[in-house]
Design a protein around this ligand. Structure first.
Ligand code: PGA
Length: 250
């Protein structure tokens, strides 16, 4: 299984022209990459522009609604995302939880539909600074996973989990690889309990939070993650290229 590197462009860049330019530069930086699976998650309006230009770069969405069609003003369904060429959907990012009031129950419903239409969820889990200080990190991770995946049976476990300590997102406050390693092991154990040892081995666990070209390798080699979720640095083609290339050389 290849490592997975996901670029979360968040609500950037501001225009379609700039999105096309960014994508062209990213593609150029990644032209020699064949050892890492790369997924770009642009804002929704740019998906159709980037579709068809992607070649060995896959497409993902940053969010979705949980119904396939219907009277849900403002909603975008997993079915529509699939039709646009997406293969992955980020669910439960701390920014969608905070800014759009996304709850564990909503996340569970989204994951069910994403799986039903045969897209691959990237479930984000992570503790806030306060929760870590209060010693609740393990509880937040295990409860978050239990609630997000409640009642979900996998025929084939096509699931990715991103451990993203909220205090490390967009802050430059790096989670040290040892701390991240402990969180990864906890997630791994939880997955084995929920889905069995054989199925859990195919679940990729990603690290996210202030990843850059300097630290990317340590999360793969020291902390044992199977991939990375990259925000800020994914908007800089050189930095993003450096991240992908730093882990593809092994
Ligand atoms: P960051 O964002 O790399 O800018 O910290 C990560 C994320 O939000 O997924």
């Amino acid at each position: 299984m290849k490592p997975l590197v996901v670029a979360n462009w968040k609500m950037n860049p501001p225009t379609i022209t700039k999105a096309k330019e960014l994508f062209a530069l990213v593609k150029k930086e990644l032209r020699n990459n064949n050892r890492v699976e790369v997924v770009i998650c642009p804002p929704l309006p740019y998906l159709s522009v980037i579709k068809g230009h992607s070649q060995n770069i896959k497409l993902g969405a940053q969010n979705c609604f949980w119904e396939k069609t219907g009277a849900y003003t403002g909603g975008v369904s997993p079915l529509m995302l699939k039709d646009l060429g997406c293969q992955y959907v980020i669910v439960g990012h701390s920014e969608t939880r905070i800014n759009f009031g996304e709850t564990d129950e909503m996340i569970n419903k989204k994951i069910r539909t994403i799986i039903e239409v045969k897209l691959k969820p990237i479930l984000c889990i992570g503790e806030t600074e306060r929760e870590r200080k209060e010693g609740k990190t393990n509880l937040v991770i295990t409860r978050g996973i239990e609630k997000a995946l409640a009642g979900i049976q996998f025929e084939v476990v096509d699931l990715n989990i991103a451990y993203e300590p909220v205090w490390a997102i967009g802050t430059g406050n790096l989670c040290n690889p040892q701390m991240a390693r402990e969180a990864r092991l906890l997630i791994k154990e939880k997955m084995e309990k929920l889905f069995g040892f054989a199925a859990a081995k195919d679940i990729r666990i990603l690290y996210g939070g202030s990843v850059d070209g300097e630290n990317a390798k340590s999360f793969i080699e020291e902390a044992g993650f199977e991939g990375l979720l990259v925000g800020g640095a994914s908007l800089n083609p050189l930095k993003f290229g450096a991240i992908v290339n730093s882990i593809s050389l092994n």
